[in-house]
Design a protein around this ligand. Structure first.
Ligand SMILES: [Zn+2]
Ligand SMILES: [Zn+2]
Length: 170
């Protein structure tokens, strides 16, 4: 499987390189040239970007395209999202904004940011590969707050791994 990371706007290169190395588990992984943050995704009333609009503007040239942005994103009916994915499609997007310690008034911590980004990246890729939400500390656990992101592991539980194996994705 070939996974492409698509930076959307300016994104920390350390995080992109970290994700690239880790996502090589699935096969090949490369970082594409950054694309501009689509203006049409911006909602001036909310001061946020619509994740679904960004998602649909991502390229489809790889088996999985993971958009990574540093702007705050939301989806309809939700105050914010850490990410969004096309279930059994090709594309997913995550935002680093609310994964940063600085968002919560704490000193920035690059290691924490990288780990959280990895969890959200693998979670959204899991959706692209057909997985739904799971329980326990599985990476497919739904997280609605940063505490829940920190609670879960960065990898799939045995049951989710089995589904991926049965689908031939790993
Ligand atoms: Zn999810
Ligand atoms: Zn699971």
């Amino acid at each position: 499987m070939r996974i492409c990371i698509q930076p959307v706007g300016e994104v920390d290169k350390n995080v992109l390189e970290f994700l690239k190395e880790k996502l090589k588990f699935f096969g090949e992984c490369e970082v594409l040239k950054p694309m501009e943050i689509p203006k049409t995704a911006y909602n001036p009333l909310r001061g946020q970007y619509n994740s679904t609009v960004i998602l649909k503007l991502l390229p489809t040239t790889c088996d999985v395209v993971l958009g990574v942005t540093d702007v705050d994103i939301y989806a309809d009916n939700l105050n914010f999202v850490f990410g969004e994915a096309e279930l059994l499609g090709r594309r997913a997007v995550i935002s680093l904004r609310r994964l940063r310690q600085s968002f919560y008034g704490l000193p920035e911590d690059k290691e924490i940011l990288k780990l959280r980004a990895l969890k959200e990246a693998i979670h959204e890729i899991g959706h692209v590969l057909g997985l739904g939400h799971c329980r326990g500390r599985c990476v497919m656990r739904f997280s609605n707050s940063i505490v829940e992101v920190d609670y879960k592991d960065w990898w799939f539980c045995e049951s989710c791994l089995k589904k991926l194996r049965n689908s031939g994705f790993i």
